[in-house]
Ligand binder design. Sequence first.
Ligand SMILES: [Fe+2]
Ligand SMILES: [Fe+2]
Length: 171
Amino acid sequence: MAKKEEFTDAIMLLKHDHREVEDLFSKFQKASSQDKKWQLAQQICNELKIHTMIEEEIFYPAFEGKVDDDLYHEAYVEHDGAKVLVNDILASGGEGEFFEAKVTVLCEEVDHHVKEEEKSKDGFFAQARDTDVDLKALRDEMLARKEELMQQLENGGLPPAEMRALSPMPA
Ligand SMILES: [Fe+2]
Ligand SMILES: [Fe+2]
């Protein structure tokens, strides 16, 4: 498990997650067997579930009213868009004509979202750095929550990702 000394602050922790998931997406693109692709897709989806949860529960709310409103709201909508695919991919068991296309489109969506967060001048993280929010305290809170969620994942799995901005999908 990651130690807090590995990350200078909350933003470094989130960027580290971004690099990990990018690495998994590129492994997915290169994988040749269906089993390997399914295993990587599950890993990607679970990492994204945990990452979006720690951002939505802890990181984003700390900056409500402190970063640009449009950017703030779009971040939640982008997360929900990705969650539709995450839940669908995990439920698919890696089967079906559209499996690879779903993972590819998820990768494109995540790529766009990560750019919005990391954009050097006016991205979410750059704006967050310009506030008086304690980024080390947020890091500690997020690491603790991440550890809890990883435990949950090991002990039977995480529930489907919950929408925060989009209406729940009709049953
Ligand atoms: Fe992120
Ligand atoms: Fe995000």
